[in-house]
Ligand binder design. Structure first.
Ligand code: FAD
Ligand code: NAP
Ligand code: SF4
Length: 677
């Protein structure tokens, strides 16, 4: 019977020899757990929760077919019978919940961050400090054999199939494109030669695993790099792969080295789905759409319009393992939505830490952060309904405590209400929608418009008082800081005070960058930005007529002239997120924002902001100076001394530590404290 809420998304997909229970795939994500055999119990618990949540097909993180294919030293590898025992924990856990799982075979090629890397040609990538060796013909043959052995071992481990990773600029992509393949033998030159390696791998894997095993191929349908493939080549490769034995196509957008964003929060939702639609018209096997799809309604639209046969979402399953069950039951307002921040997932992966999720700190920590029902319910006050307080209050209440949540403002959200005013951060409102629903469902008693005092809280007889009152913006000591030209970021983003055409921003941290993006934005362009405007700004041709889909970006028309300043001598924006900082820097550069490091602030007066850079005096004759100079903890509710009697006080989020604060730490601290009460 078809689902009343999302009939296309929840319809089964028949692959002939097997059936998927719905059209939702959890795409591959490297958590870090797959790299160590002793973490496979944790990995199994992580996948089990997602299978129980109803997802139709799961793809593991990348597993290398040999050591030269490692992304990082000692990465997850499947090349011996010994590996089967670990992987069986995973496949058993998923099958027990009625799910299906395929193992991704990923050879990193020149993206590997280790000294033994190989590629089509000996050409270093911009994202690894190691130079690859060009594979010899014999090396290519042995790589094909390694793929085949890896797939057979995956089959023995109980996987329902494999995904062969052919996109994002990894080894097979490196063979496919002239950007990285300069060979003159039968593995380079014409597209027939360049695609020989992936096609041979698929053909021989199919011969080895038989007909009743899924071979999914992740095909790069828009390379977004110079020297990437044209659309005609993309199709030619796809048709050859289908003939060689692929069961279904997953799609990949952009190489990791591409200078065009493909998944960060400012990318419009489902921006690239239409490209999957064009692939679907050219092949006869199912095609999966991917990239920035994070809510069931969009996924349903993609399927209902015939654009794809299945939808891949990866990060949304870190954010909410129950995504599919909630959608199926019409409980969409309960979904904890991925806000595409990358802060706890990709930023962790690329700095060699275990991945998790900003909005769900349990992700990949299922056996460690456990929300158990309490046997002794406590009376808990949480002061501050920002991310830290919301997390603490809702987790504590879900564990069975009696929780009252106070905020002096008339709505929940704290600084997230300010963050979501920034162009490209519109998704942040989803987190507040989710928490509002959790507050209602868990029975938290919400008191808004109430600035509570310590005495009041003590009088009310709570067992625990959690201070989550956040921060106050820092006012730097600069001569003339009270001049009428001076504004705080709150004046701009929250109070929407008018801002002149020429502006200096003091402080180039996360908020300084956000304020700059807000101020260059032309208010005539609606937010979120329409897809075509966004594509034009980044120079993307979805038709991929040439050059991997890159064209000349359209000129921007910034609404203001902006100076973004910091005292440190380091590169401006160096402290931003590893996988998203470059997008912010590129956006501001395109909008001609002047970023200045090593600045000494001298005074502010009617002439503007007086500064010195490298001993040279300058006056920035600006209309306004906007302070984004960091934050200081607001801790007025904390007692000066701890007492043996009375309630126990705790500090979390910005109230505990303002420097290096972000919502990832705030939400995690709230959840961990609440789970420990
Ligand atoms: P807050 O969010 O500051 O919440 C504190 C709450 O306490 C407020 O609601 C306040 O009204 C209430 N309160 C204070 N005193 C009292 C009292 N006495 N009684 C009752 N209520 C009280 N972080 C990221 O991780 N990623 C981002 O991309 C990001 N972008 C940002 C963009 C902007 C423009 C801003 C301003 C912040 C951004 N942040 C971002 C930072 C993030 O919002 C904060 O780290 C997070 O909100 C801190 O959470 P918190 O709960 O500790 O404090
Ligand atoms: P921040 O990142 O710590 O940046 C503060 C900026 O102010 C720095 O550029 C600092 O640089 C400058 N500064 C500090 N003290 C100063 C002083 N006394 N006088 C003049 N300048 C001073 O803090 P934030 O921008 O306020 O952001 C708050 C938190 O929100 C951050 O920790 C961040 O993680 C989070 N956030 C994250 C994002 C994101 O995209 N991930 C976006 C927004 C906010 P100098 O000392 O070199 O001058
Ligand atoms: Fe999504 Fe951010 Fe969580 Fe990553 S950390 S899954 S991008 S919400």
């Amino acid at each position: 019977m078809s689902n009343a809420h999302f009939p296309h998304l929840l319809a089964p997909l028949d692959l002939g020899f097997t059936q998927l229970r719905n059209r939702v795939m959890m795409g591959s994500m490297h958590t870090g757990l797959e790299d160590r055999f002793y973490n496979y119990g944790k990995l199994a618990a992580y996948f089990k929760e997602r299978a129980r949540g109803g997802v139709g097909l799961i793809v593991t993180g990348g597993i290398s077919p040999n050591r030269r294919g490692w992304l990082l030293p000692f990465g997850g590898t499947m090349n011996s019978l010994f590996d089967i025992f670990n992987h069986r924990k995973v496949t058993r856990a998923v099958h027990e919940e009625g799910g299906k799982i395929v193992m991704q075979i990923l050879h990193a090629g020149r993206y590997g961050y280790q000294p033994f890397i190989v590629s089509a040609s000996a050409q270093q990538s911009p994202i690894s400090k190691f130079k690859p060796k060009a594979l010899t013909e014999a090396g290519i043959e042995s790589t094909i054999r390694d793929y085949v052995r890896c797939a057979k071992l995956a089959q023995k481990s109980g996987y329902d199939g494999v995904e062969i990773m052919g996109s994002e600029g990894y080894l097979l992509n490196q063979f496919l494109c002239v950007r990285t393949n300069h060979r003159t033998d039968r593995w380079g030159g014409s597209i027939e030669n360049r695609m020989r390696l992936p096609v041979e791998i698929v053909r021989r894997v199919r011969a080895a695993v038989g007909p009743n095993f899924i071979i999914m191929y992740r095909h790069s349908i828009l390379d977004l790099v110079e020297g990437g493939n044209s659309w005609d080549e993309v199709i030619e490769v796809a048709q050859a792969l289908e003939k060689a034995g692929v069961t279904l196509f997953n799609t990949g957008i952009g190489w990791h080295e591409a200078r065009v964003p493909t998944i960060v929060t400012s990318v419009p939702r489902a921006a690239f789905a239409s490209v999957s639609g064009r692939l679907k018209q050219a092949v006869s096997i199912p095609v999966i759409a991917s990239n920035r799809i994070n809510m069931p309604a969009q996924a349903e639209d993609i399927l209902a319009s015939g654009t794809a046969d299945m939808v891949s979402m990866a990060r949304p399953f870190l954010a909410d393992p129950d995504f599919v069950n909630k959608a199926a039951q019409g409980r969409v307002d309960e979904i904890n939505t991925c806000i595409a921040c990358n802060q706890a997932c990709l930023d962790h992966t690329f700095s060699n830490q275990r991945a998790s999720c900003l909005v769900n700190p349990r992700a990949a920590h299922e056996t460690e952060l456990v929300y158990r029902k309490t046997s002794v319910a406590k009376r808990v006050a949480v002061v501050g309904a920002g991310p830290a307080g919301l997390s603490a209050a809702t987790v504590a209440a879900s564990c069975g405590h009696d929780v009252s949540l106070f905020d002096s403002s008339d709505s929940i959200g704290g600084q997230f209400k300010i963050a979501m005013q920034v162009p490209g951060k519109e998704e942040f409102k989803e987190t507040l929608r989710y928490f509002a629903k959790r507050v209602e469902m868990t029975g938290v008693k919400l008191h808004l418009g109430k600035r509570v005092s310590r005495e009041e809280l003590i009088e009310l007889g709570f067992d625990h008082i959690i201070v989550a009152t956040g921060i106050l913006p820092r006012t730097p000591r600069i001569d003339g800081v009270n001049h009428p030209k001076v504004m705080s970021y709150l004046d701009v983003l929250l109070h929407k005070k008018p801002v002149g055409k020429k502006v200096a921003i003091i402080g180039a941290g996360g908020i300084g960058f956000d304020v700059a993006e807000y101020l260059v934005h032309d208010t005539n362009i609606p937010l979120p930005m329409p897809l075509n405007t966004w594509l034009g700004e980044w120079g993307i041709d979805l038709q991929a007529r040439q050059n991997g889909g890159l064209v000349k970006p359209e000129a921007t028309h910034p609404a203001r002239e902006i100076f973004l300043l910091q005292r440190k001598a380091s590169k401006v924006g160096a402290g931003l997120g590893k996988t998203s900082g470059w997008v912010h820097r590129a956006t501001l550069q395109r909008n001609q924002v002047k970023m200045m490091a090593g600045v000494e602030y001298q005074k502010i007066d009617d002439q503007g902001l007086h500064i010195s850079v490298g001993g040279k005096q300058q006056i920035l004759d600006v209309d306004h100076v906007i302070l984004c100079a960091g934050q200081e903890s607001l801790t007025e509710l904390m007692p000066a001394q701890t007492s043996e009697t009375g309630p126990r006080f705790h500090k979390i989020g910005g109230a505990a530590l303002a420097s290096e604060l972000d919502a990832k730490r705030a939400i995690k601290e709230g959840a961990e404290l609440a789970a420990s009460l």
